[in-house]
Design a protein around this ligand. Structure first.
Ligand SMILES: NC(=O)c1ccc[n+]([C@@H]2O[C@H](COP(=O)([O-])OP(=O)(O)OC[C@H]3O[C@@H](n4cnc5c(N)ncnc54)[C@H](OP(=O)(O)O)[C@@H]3O)[C@@H](O)[C@H]2O)c1
Length: 214
């Protein structure tokens, strides 16, 4: 698959890019600055020894990708998505976005839409948004020689899109669990705040979710 990662210069996006490049996918790193995207792509080619990683501006990446991954801070959705609305029409868009506010009274601070994934769906009404990868930490993704131990929870309104994301998860060794419609994205994103709190409390870096009985 050709996967465009908007905000792919960051920790989460670059980690996903490395895992998927190693799994044989073609990766387009997107950025607000095409030079930064090209530099990150070069770094990832060097790290993974895969030549199928290139860099572009976010809009060019979204145009070239068959699957679009949102790996940018929640506050960036409002500016980043309207310009790519047309090129995302009909495509699978994976939102990894979680709105966390550190240092305030409430760690998980979802937008008015209920979740960042629903905000993305409202901004990209013709796209097929799937919420996933919130619980897979960037540093775990980066340690590409190690398997990731947890399950991947995903939700969305389009069954075919969820199958695509399930395949993308499997290609990096993750079992995907379908947790229903996109209206479940709020609770799904909120679990990230729980995991971050567990990590802090127990001095961990990699607490994760595993579903039993499935
Ligand atoms: N880090 C994790 O372990 C983790 C785990 C699960 C989910 N997530 C979620 O994944 C997303 C990315 O996380 P991250 O840690 O990779 O974040 P990050 O490094 O802070 O940001 C990722 C990239 O987003 C772009 N960006 C920053 N501010 C922006 C804005 N206002 N508008 C548009 N683009 C902006 C930047 O790229 P350019 O400057 O090159 O455009 C940056 O390199 C977040 O929503 C986060 O909640 C993160």
């Amino acid at each position: 698959m050709t996967i465009a990662i908007l905000g792919g210069t960051g920790k989460e996006g670059a980690g996903l890019a490395a895992r998927w490049a190693l799994a044989g996918h073609s990766i387009i790193i997107g950025s607000r600055d095409p030079e930064r995207a090209r530099a990150k792509a070069a770094e990832l080619r060097e790290r993974t020894r895969r030549i199928t990683v290139i860099g572009h501006s976010n809009p060019e990446a979204a145009q070239l990708g068959s699957v679009i991954v949102l790996a940018l801070p929640a506050e960036g959705l409002g500016a980043t998505l309207p310009p790519v609305r047309e090129v995302c029409r009909g495509k699978v868009v994976v939102s990894t976005v979680v709105s966390l506010t550190f240092g305030g009274p409430r760690l998980f601070t979802p937008p008015a839409a209920g979740s960042s994934a629903e905000e993305a769906q409202a901004l990209l009404p013709e796209a097929r948004v799937v919420a996933a990868f919130h619980h897979i930490a960037a540093h775990e993704l980066a340690e590409t020689e190690q398997a990731i131990e947890c399950d991947l929870l995903l939700c969305g309104g389009d069954a075919e899109a969820k199958t695509t994301v399930t395949e993308l998860a499997a290609s990096m060794g993750l079992r995907a669990i379908d947790v229903g419609p996109l209206s479940n994205a709020g609770p799904l994103e909120g679990i990230t705040a729980i995991l971050a709190t567990i990590n802090r409390r127990y001095k961990l870096t990699n607490s994760g979710i595993k579903i039993t009985g499935v």
